[in-house]
Write a protein that binds this ligand. Structure first.
Ligand code: FUC
Length: 785
């Protein structure tokens, strides 16, 4: 017998791996479900056994993970404002007196001593922040059902409609379940149908891992509860979850705290959830009243009306972008098999699906009215999730929002902007109490209470740049959208972030340059026994962006001339990027890179200047770009999920499409992507999904002030394709197509008048864009430079 091919071997491994679930599709008499032709669908032939196989729905505030079981369906539930603890201020009162000594020790090269002192005197109390919490589970059982008897099983997530569907046949009856999270009606809505009258029996329960009291009465299940105490901070949030079951046909009763429906034909479950969180410093909401009002409103509308409104609102954002990277037969397989075999197969449509899944996840996890997407977006089942499922702002939260502007989801940054507004309030207290400085500061993490003091340990937390980095996202929203009224509203936040550094930058005794201290290159230990240092490359790069952007904002707004003068003077004194003895971009002021304990460290902080910033560039700073390339080669391609996604973006900026694509393949493969397409850090962390989606956009188009690069990193694996609806800086929409690796045409539609240089390979053309007048350029007629 011929040896099986590599593809066949790994495919069989996948099927073996889901053997329990396969029994459903393989049951006697079962027909295989017809594969979905839609490119915008995740689908499976078996229910989820694990949480990372379940499918996410969300409306930015309410989230559910849908398992798609036959006899037992589980919807794991979240509400985005639900955090352990309550309003607290963790600044260490001893910090202010100790920081000058920490600085002095750093300046004297006594880094380990500096770190020990910081750990003793400077760190937050408590040393950990609060954790994002699950509300509970909605459990829907079909009593007396044997899952083995089910046939025709399929579960799917339609990214375009934002609906998760499960369907199967039992005893000749076709059952169908649809689940969605409505941003309009503010409920999770579940519709269950049988295609024969009277054949639907259900037991429905609502449970919670929190301190809570469940009850059932009439057609309604209610859970009222209280958030957890955490690290000595009292659980201050109250929450309510309430589900109502509406049915056609049959009898509804209450038994054992559950709703018991017998002999129905269809059932609709509407579920509302809320907490008493109003703002980071106000927990005075009335969750029971909120959910009762939302359920009363939604119950007046049919499931069809709720679903139509939810899908239309989702499509308003989702439908602005299309992407075609080509399609092969690999795309006929269920999604878990495509992921498992992706590193051996040619499946360009999987990259397109990953791109759209990233956009779907952003719309589902970050909308006005909800919280910013955290480390797990909106979806978390654990009361003690990895890293608290909070906001790590030394890369992860920023990466979450990397695709927002260029892939047509600017509106999804609204909760992030709210988060920054609130950080500026708590961070002003921290700046004063810890550093005696004006302005505001946030270190490497924050939570629902907008804690801003350094946590976890000095070697992780004593990094004062989190707020500054987030401010570059405030600027990007302006730069991509050009709304001056918006810029005026966020300018004080950018100004406050810059002011903190005018007060705290130190003069480097060796070079006379201005540097941050104490700080670190995020989480990377240098060879002198510590992470703490002065003026790591990343800090200088972030400050160049912050200072440039705040100065430009002030100029546009015609304000603050004196302040702009101070900012520009400080900017001119920042330490420049340096090239070290390995030809690498130096991560620190000192040429330490060759001697670090972890040469393949996941953070590539010093490459911020190449991506997401535009400071380092192949054309304008070729020597620094070559050094960045060398640093990337030294770090290696494969890392944790988000760190892999960052590398793909960096190689795209170096315009090496095949290298970026190799990294993307690893990111989309089974080591870094779970069967439900969630990114594996591991464990699950959503940043890699968002960073990967941005990398795909970055391979096709790069936008920088006044210049648009088309197909700058097109890999040979995507010879022919098209993308529409990408957004460029300067309020410009970009549609483009290519054939056999060459630009077909590009259409530019700008909302503001501007001159834009359009480049593709060696060709370039400068165009004058006017609002309301789209311009189409053909690849063949672009002038050679
Ligand atoms: C940073 C990273 C870790 C992880 C955590 C949430 O500390 O270094 O890899 O992503 O954030």
């Amino acid at each position: 017998m011929a040896e099986p091919t590599r593809f066949e071997v790994s495919r069989r491994m996948v099927l073996d791996g889901v053997a329990a679930g396969v029994a459903i599709a393989a049951a006697p008499g079962a027909r295989a479900a017809a594969p979905s032709a839609s490119p915008l669908r995740l689908w499976y032939r078996q229910p989820a056994q694990k949480w990372v196989e379940a499918l996410p729905v969300g409306n930015g505030r309410l989230g559910a993970m849908v398992f798609g079981g036959v006899a037992h369906e589980r919807l794991q539930l979240n509400e985005s404002s639900f955090w352990s603890g309550g309003p607290y201020d963790p600044v260490n009162p001893a910090a202010r007196a100790a920081i000058p000594d920490v600085r002095r020790l750093i300046a004297e090269g006594k880094y380990a001593e500096a770190e020990a002192l910081a750990n003793a005197k400077v760190m937050a109390i408590p040393l950990s922040q609060m954790a994002y919490q699950p509300i509970g589970d909605l459990l829907i059982d079909m009593p007396g059902t044997s899952p083995q008897a089910a046939g025709d099983y399929e579960r799917a997530l339609d990214l375009d409609a934002a609906v998760a569907t499960t369907r199967f046949t039992l005893d000749g009856v076709r059952y169908r379940r649809e689940v969605l999270a409505s941003p309009i009606d503010q409920v999770i809505a579940v519709r269950i149908t049988a295609d024969r009258p009277g054949r639907l029996d259900l037991d429905v329960a609502l449970t919670s891992p929190q301190r809570s009291s469940p009850s059932a009465a009439g057609d309604t299940l209610t859970v009222l509860g209280q958030g957890r105490d955490d690290h000595g901070v009292k659980g201050a949030l109250r929450f309510a979850a309430q589900a109502r079951l509406l049915h056609e046909g049959g009898q509804l009763s209450v038994a054992d705290g559950r709703l018991r429906l017998r002999g129905a034909t269809t059932a609709t479950i509407l579920l509302a959830m809320a907490t008493s969180y109003r703002r980071f410093d106000d927990v005075g909401g009335d969750p029971a009243a909120i959910v009762a009002g939302q359920l009363a409103g939604a119950s007046r509308r049919s499931f069809a009306a709720i679903a139509a409104a939810a899908t239309a609102e989702h499509r308003r954002l989702f439908g602005t972008v299309t992407l075609d990277l080509g399609r092969t037969a690999a795309a006929d397989q269920p999604t878990d098999i495509r992921i498992a075999t992706s590193e051996q197969s040619d499946d360009p449509a999987l990259a397109a699906l990953y791109f759209h899944y990233g956009r779907y996840l952003m719309i589902a996890s970050s909308r006005a009215g909800g919280q910013a997407a955290n480390l797990q977006g909106l979806w978390n089942e654990s009361v003690k999730p990895p890293w608290g499922s909070k906001y790590t702002i030394n890369i992860n939260t920023e990466m979450n929002y990397w695709p927002a502007e260029p892939t047509g989801m600017a509106e999804c940054t609204t909760p992030l902007i709210t988060l920054v507004r609130e950080l500026a309030i708590s961070g002003e207290r921290t700046a004063k109490a810890m550093y005696g400085a004006r302005g505001w500061v946030a270190h490497h993490n924050t939570d629902g209470w907008r804690a801003t003091a350094p946590i976890d340990g000095a070697q992780f937390g004593l990094w004062p740049m989190g707020g500054a980095w987030l401010c570059t996202h405030l600027w990007d929203r302006y730069d991509y959208g050009r709304d001056v009224a918006y810029l005026r509203s966020v300018y004080p936040l950018m100004r406050g972030a810059a002011l903190f550094f005018l007060d705290t930058l130190q003069t480097d005794p060796a070079s006379g340059a201005l540097v941050t201290s104490p700080s670190m290159s995020p989480e990377n230990n240098h060879p002198c026994g510590a992470a703490l240092c002065a003026g790591p490359a990343m800090d200088q790069q972030i400050l160049r962006d912050l200072f440039d952007q705040v100065a430009e904002a002030a100029t546009i707004l015609g304000t603050d001339a004196d302040f702009v003068g101070q900012v520009r003077a400080a900017r001119a004194r920042l330490a420049p990027d340096k090239i070290g003895r390995q030809g690498q971009l130096q991560e620190w002021q000192q040429d330490w890179d060759a001697d670090v304990p972890d040469p393949h460290h996941r953070h590539v902080s010093h490459l911020y200047g190449l991506f997401p910033s535009h400071q380092i560039d192949v054309d304008r700073t070729p020597a620094l770009a070559a050094a960045a390339r060398r640093s990337l080669e030294l770090r290696g391609d494969e890392s944790t999920g988000w760190a892999t996604a960052w590398r793909a973006n960096l190689w795209a900026r170096l315009r090496d499409g095949d290298h970026a694509h190799r990294i993307l393949r690893f990111l989309l493969g089974p080591e870094r992507t779970y069967p439900n397409m969630f990114d594996a850090h591991p464990p699950f962390q959503i940043d890699g999904n968002f960073g990967g989606a941005r990398a795909i956009a970055e391979m096709l188009m790069q936008s920088r002030p006044g210049e648009l690069l088309l197909l700058p990193a097109l890999p040979t694996a995507w010879p022919t394709g098209s993308v529409t609806g990408l957004r460029a800086r300067g309020a410009c929409t970009v549609d483009l197509s290519w054939r056999e690796g060459k630009l077909g045409q590009v259409r530019l539609a700008s909302a503001v008048a501007q001159r834009l240089t359009v480049r593709c390979g060696q060709a370039r053309e400068t165009v004058q864009l006017q609002p309301g007048r789209a311009v189409t350029l053909r690849g063949a007629s672009l002038r050679r430079a």
